[in-house]
Write a protein of this length. Structure first.
Length: 390
């Protein structure tokens, strides 16, 4: 590994340990503790994909998913918020140069949260006005910017035009509505805007971001910034779900050594062959999932570096595998959780916390296998893609 790669992994492992230590406090507060967010910033890993000219590392997609995976092993909520902040750098890099300078010059640690449920945009001189509610803004308490989706009504018989917009958090109000079964510490609350103005420079056509053809992509020389945006979302969120599964296996092994066999005999749950087989199968599934996810990121990176566009089949396969990795990770956890015994279901039990987190993480729409699998299957059948997530 290179010196930068060694440094990235070491920093991620330190953050993972800290995240594990703060997990109970994170879930109780329903947001990431300020001290962990500060540690994220100090590590530099929130800038892992940020352009070098704005203070970032400009590393690779593989580096990003490896960090999200490692932090997710410590705490699902911490891994998720890290993934959202770190990957949204690529969204901010889609905007015009003027907007990127506005966000990052002098403030390289600025981060953004996003929600992609659209609300109406009204064209006005110099930009747009909008009002509405956007939900699932992970980490919003610690963000400075909000990435939202808006749609312009183009008139009867015409489809609306969607825009990705970036607005300062000071323009919106946070609605504390994040009461959920898992990932409680992500603080994925809603925001409300009331007739705010969005300058045109803070907007970019949504379809351009999905194709990787944006003002920011043309401004930067690194092909990384021409990666179709939704592809990166799937990679990094799947990596967190995978990390939660890896952390769950570690917790299960520790748990198994504390539980005496019944009826009372010598040995613990860890001595049972059936438990050893469950661990072997679950660990193998997560290892296979990691290889699959890293392969796709490597091939995507190499394709972009050659100056080529991602072909439909690669994009469809990536989308399929992001969901498949998530599904495999959940199955690996479920196999162990059903064998862990009554102590594992206690609300404060570490196994219960990770179990709730992984079920909630898989619910993210981009990780839905029925949708992703159908999209890939259509392309594999030789039919034209019809999936807006590609």
């Amino acid at each position: 590994m290179t010196d930068q790669r060694d440094s990235i992994i070491a920093a991620a492992q330190a953050l993972s340990r800290q995240a594990r230590e703060l997990e109970v406090a994170t879930n109780a507060a329903r947001q990431i503790p300020a001290e962990l967010i500060e540690a994220f910033h100090r590590s530099g890993l929130l800038r892992i994909l940020q352009p070098k000219q704005f203070g970032g590392m400009e590393a690779t997609l593989v580096d990003m998913i490896d960090v999200a995976d490692i932090i997710g092993r410590g705490c699902g909520s911490a891994g998720w918020v890290y993934a959202v902040f770190a990957s949204h750098v690529l969204t901010l890099a889609c905007f015009p140069e003027e907007t990127q300078r506005e966000i990052w010059e002098g403030h390289p640690q600025h981060v953004a949260s996003s929600a992609y449920n659209p609300n109406p945009l009204i064209r006005v001189p110099g930009g747009f006005r909008t009002s509405g509610k956007w939900s699932f803004m992970s980490g919003i308490d610690h963000a400075q910017w909000c990435i939202i989706l808006g749609e312009v009504d183009e008139g009867p018989g015409k489809p609306p035009t969607a825009y990705t917009c970036v607005v300062p958090k000071s323009d919106v109000t946070i609605l504390d509505d994040w009461y959920v079964m898992g990932m409680t510490g992500t603080g994925s609350k809603s925001i409300i805007a009331k007739d705010i103005f969005i300058p045109e420079r803070r907007t970019v056509a949504f379809l351009d971001t999905t194709q990787g053809d944006t003002p920011g992509g043309r401004f930067h020389s690194n092909p990384l910034y021409r990666c179709p945006r939704l592809s990166c979302t799937g990679y990094v969120l799947a990596a967190v779900v995978m990390g939660i599964a890896e952390g769950f296996i570690d917790r299960f092994v520790a748990h198994a050594h504390t539980r005496r066999r019944r009826p009372a005999t010598s040995g613990t749950m860890a001595d049972q062959h059936s438990m050893q087989l469950r661990v072997a199968q679950s660990a193998g599934e997560v290892d296979a999932a990691r290889l699959l996810l890293r392969r796709n990121c490597i091939e995507t990176h190499e394709t972009l570096q050659r100056g080529e566009s991602l072909p439909d089949e690669l994009r469809g396969r990536n989308r399929r595998d992001n969901a498949l990795v998530s599904m495999m990770s959940v199955e690996a956890v479920n196999r162990l959780f059903t064998a862990a015994g009554a102590h594992a279901v206690l609300e404060a039990a570490p196994l219960a916390s990770a179990f709730r987190d992984i079920q909630t993480g898989q619910a993210q729409t981009v990780l839905n296998f029925e949708s992703a699998g159908t999209s890939y299957g259509r392309i594999r059948m030789g039919l034209p893609p019809d999936d807006s997530w590609l």
